[in-house]
Design a protein around this ligand. Structure first.
Ligand SMILES: N[C@@H](CCC(=O)N[C@@H](CS)C(=O)NCC(=O)O)C(=O)O
Length: 145
């Protein structure tokens, strides 16, 4: 287990999965982390991932901090990305409001709106299309249903 100031990060990765994005971000942020890799079982995540978080999917990240008695376990790649960026790479997060428009609806910067848009676009619109393409192009007998 490695440390960043008082934080300790641990990343759970399922082979051939979205977890690659999180590892890329951890590398960009130069955060030291311990990586645990799980093998897919007939395309699905192994039951051990459910012991870490009830979603039982990858990626999962746990962060030890002095503010929490237990490690903070994070699921959902969007949340993990936001949490890591806000805590370990705040320079990556665009300023939310334009000068003099703090707290105003519509006062958000274009950069911040774009940042939030792509955070949701990745899982909300892009991944469903990629998954459909993956399934349609799978060889019969290799599908998970
Ligand atoms: N919305 C979730 C999706 C997580 C997800 O479906 N992960 C896949 C890997 S890319 C997984 O764990 N699949 C194995 C399974 O569903 O059993 C996220 O963004 O993290």
């Amino acid at each position: 287990m490695s440390h960043i100031s008082d934080n300790c990060t641990d990343a759970r990765r399922l082979e051939k999965s979205r977890a690659q994005r999180i590892l890329w971000l951890l590398e960009e942020l130069k955060v030291d982390y311990e990586l645990k890799t799980y093998k897919r079982q007939n395309m699905f995540a192994p039951p051990e991932l459910k012991e870490v978080h009830p979603l039982g999917k990858s990626p999962l990240v746990s962060v030890e901090t002095e503010a929490t008695s237990k490690p903070l376990v994070l699921a959902e790649s969007g949340l993990i990305t936001e949490y890591l960026a806000e805590n370990f790479g705040p320079w990556l997060v665009p300023k939310k409001y334009q000068e003099g428009k703090d707290g105003q609806t519509g006062g958000e910067t274009e950069g911040w709106l774009r940042y939030r848009y792509y955070m949701h676009y990745a899982e909300g619109s892009l991944m469903p299309m990629l998954l459909i393409a993956l399934l349609m192009n799978s060889k019969p007998g290799h599908m998970c249903f």
